[in-house]
Design a protein around this ligand. Structure first.
Ligand code: SF4
Length: 411
């Protein structure tokens, strides 16, 4: 077996982790080391993020413990049948890298995932050892997000939850059928069972015991999951339907959508259907509309005949263009529910509109100061000093927003 330096392992195992989208670190409980004990801190308002050019978060030390794996998920570059460079960190190596990087201010926490080596229990035990050592021996109080292996022993998942800020378990693909086809060793029922246990355990952690004490915190930043998008033939309605069920069943903080990247090894033949990163972006926008803007799933995915989101324009704009009869809205009288449906208005803009119009009548110029994107909103609203006239119903309105068609190369 090749002997690698820690730097070489880091290059391989941080690169291997880039396919994991679930790295946001907000919403944990406040903890600090200002009392001189331990090091590091978290903020209740969330840890800052940095983003790589492809939009992924890199503020955490985001690594795999190993990219060796005994499973053979077709969409995964680390599957056992893939011909990639392999490496494995020891427990001590991950601990000292985390501490060194933290001290140098490179990172604010750790995101740790792993391929499965020997068995799910052995793998999870090593991951728990890392976190245990960081917390108990190094006094590390920074953020830790641990990717959990669903078929590991419940007591290991229990300990992982007590030591980490966030746990996540990947549901992998949008349907059980797709999981059976592309990740045959994974069991969707078991994945959901563990997600249910984490939810129940987290809830139990909020209740006081009969002595009035609270039990130890369990995954204070909650749980999240990830779905690979574009590796199977599921349309966006299926993807968003699955995430809607997951949010409500398991009180998830986030469902992350990870665009399937074609694997260099051509032996894995999977359908690559739509531009993956653009699709991922539109799914996040639609997910946001479903959770915070009062949209129903069918409203967003019913805009197109095939249940896929329009890739050229954002889903709220696509919906508004299909429902022009409801517009233009008078910003001085429209309900909050309808204002949230105006393209270019965010939740904060709507709050500001409602707050301000209690005391005075809004003019068109006021809306820019309130954070509205008038380039999008102007066709859908009226205000003092503005009426869109025929713009709302104009035949070329969509063309104003959609990117111009590209001339295809003949070569
Ligand atoms: S278990 Fe995880 S690391 Fe292993 S092949 Fe499947 S997705 Fe990849």
């Amino acid at each position: 077996m090749v002997t690698r330096t820690v730097q070489e392992k880091l290059a391989i195992l941080s690169d291997a982790a880039k396919y994991d989208a679930s790295c946001a670190s907000s919403g944990t409980s406040k903890r600090n080391s200002l009392d001189g004990k331990g090091l590091g801190s978290t903020e209740g308002s969330g840890i800052c993020h940095a983003y790589a050019p492809d939009g992924r978060c890199i503020s955490l030390l985001k690594i795999l413990m190993t990219n060796f794996c005994i499973y053979d998920c077709s969409y995964c570059v680390n599957r056992v049948s893939s011909n990639v460079d392999r490496a494995r960190f020891s427990v001590d190596e991950v601990v000292s890298l985390t501490i060194e990087f933290y001290r140098r201010n490179y990172i604010e926490g750790l995101f740790l995932s792993s391929g499965i080596i020997r068995s799910p229990d052995d793998t999870m035990l090593d991951m728990v050892r890392i976190v245990r050592k960081l917390r108990h021996e190094e006094g590390f109080k920074g953020y830790i997000h641990l990717k959990t292996i669903p078929d590991a022993a419940p007591e290991l998942i229990e300990e992982a939850g007590r030591l980490s800020d966030r746990l996540s378990i990947n549901v992998e693909l949008p349907t059980d059928h797709a999981v059976a086809a592309y990740a045959p060793e994974k069991k969707p029922g078991q994945i959901r069972e563990v997600m249910g246990r984490i939810r129940a355990r987290k809830q139990a952690g909020k209740d006081k015991t009969h002595t009035g004490k609270r039990p130890p915190k369990f995954a204070p930043a909650g749980q999240s999951t990830q779905m690979i998008i574009g590796a199977d033939g599921s349309n966006d309605a299926t993807v968003l339907g699955q995430s809607t069920r997951l949010y409500s069943s398991y009180k998830l903080k986030r469902v992350y959508y990870s665009a399937f990247s074609p694997i260099p090894d051509a032996s894995a033949k999977l359908p690559l259907i739509r531009p993956p990163l653009q699709r991922e972006h539109r799914l996040y926008q639609a997910d946001w509309l479903l959770r915070f803007y009062g949209f129903e799933l069918g409203e967003i995915t019913g805009v197109t005949a095939d249940g896929n989101l329009d890739l050229e324009i954002d889903p709220k704009l696509a919906w508004a263009l299909e429902h022009r009869g409801l517009f233009p809205l008078d910003v001085n009288t429209a309900s909050r529910e309808m204002l949230l449906r105006v393209p270019g208005f965010g939740v904060k803009t709507v709050q500001r509109i409602i707050g301000t119009r209690r005391t005075r009548t809004l003019r068109y110029e006021d809306l820019t100061r309130m954070g509205a994107s008038l380039k999008k909103a102007r066709a859908f609203i009226t205000a003092v000093g503005w009426t869109p006239g025929g713009l709302t119903d104009s035949a070329n309105l969509r063309a104003r927003f959609a990117p111009p068609p590209e001339q295809l190369s003949l070569l």
